[in-house]
Ligand binder design. Structure first.
Ligand code: 13P
Length: 286
């Protein structure tokens, strides 16, 4: 099945009350683990390409791998260039087949953020790719984890104005979420989130899902989150599995069985997040 625009996937889950799992893949083992989990759950996913990964020598090949995996899937799969302010990187990812871009100007002043998203839309328009934007910066680094404190919360009326000014297809919100690991236990602001959901005319996305407890992720989905981004937990599982090379494997200089464990570790994390993304049961009547 050909890769899908992210907005098509989101439109589908919006009808059922679920969410799309979005998973960063830096290599083939991670990609394989994510796709095995998605295929076995028969759930659509968004494959996230980190800008820093695309900048590496292996970047174009990695992007093509993600696109090929999406095209080969039996379920609709999107490929998104994650967090970038670089218009040239956006164009490169779209040329390589990405179906979505996250134009992240959240660290910029309001007007510059709007300008970035409008330019990104112009670049994406010919291919029909979706544009995700962010208002109120979700702190933390996307590729390395450090304990991060919560900063700003997305302002509801500003968010409405921002979506009107930019024409963004999806809005990433800051409601107590951070990238990386949490300096203090996560406590998402469900009140602000439900207000955002009621007021903002486009689907909302949650970044920094690693480390947020199961019940909070499920409540966030009930309160309108239609895409959850996961990276740190995948890296943690991968690197823990990478430490467990056996002496037999070293003796035989065997790469295949360690790789199988890396795939399995990635698959297990993805499974957990995909279960949370399934449509949430309606609260029981009292
Ligand atoms: P985590 O690394 O905290 O899971 O965040 C991932 C993310 O939001 C990618 O955009």
């Amino acid at each position: 099945m050909p890769r899908a625009p992210l907005t098509d996937l989101i439109a589908h889950v919006s009808r059922t009350g679920g969410s799309i799992g979005a998973f960063t893949c830096y290599n083939l083992e991670q990609l394989t683990g994510v796709m095995l989990a998605a295929e076995s759950a028969q759930q659509s996913v968004c494959l996230l390409l980190a800008e820093a990964a695309l900048r590496r020598d292996s970047g174009p090949l990695l992007a093509r791998l993600l696109v090929a995996a999406a095209d080969d899937a039996s379920i609709p799969v999107a490929v998104q260039l994650d967090h970038t302010q670089d218009l040239e990187m956006m164009a490169r990812a779209l040329d390589l087949g990405a179906t979505a871009i996250m134009a992240d100007g959240s660290a910029l002043p309001y007007a510059a953020n709007v300008d970035l998203v409008v330019r990104a839309r112009t670049i994406a328009e010919p291919s029909g790719a979706s544009i995700e934007a962010e208002l109120a910066h979700v702190p933390g680094d996307e590729d390395t984890a450090a304990a991060v404190d919560v900063h700003a919360v997305t302002d509801v009326s500003r968010a409405v104005e921002f979506v009107r000014d930019t024409g963004a297809d999806l809005l990433a919100v800051a409601v107590g979420n951070v990238h990386g690991t949490y300096a203090s236990p996560p406590d998402l602001d469900m009140t602000v989130l439900s207000e955002l959901h009621a007021a903002v005319p486009v689907p909302l996305t949650l970044h920094g899902t690693s480390g947020i407890p199961d019940d909070q992720v499920r409540r966030a989905i009930t309160n309108g989150i239609r895409k959850v981004n996961v990276n740190t937990e995948l890296r943690q599982a991968y690197l823990r599995a990478a430490r467990n090379v056996t002496s037999d494997e070293v003796r035989g200089w065997n790469l295949l069985t360690p790789a199988a464990r890396l795939i399995e570790a990635t698959r297990a994390v993805t499974d957990t997040h995909l279960r949370r993304c399934q449509p949430q049961p309606a609260p029981a009547a009292i």
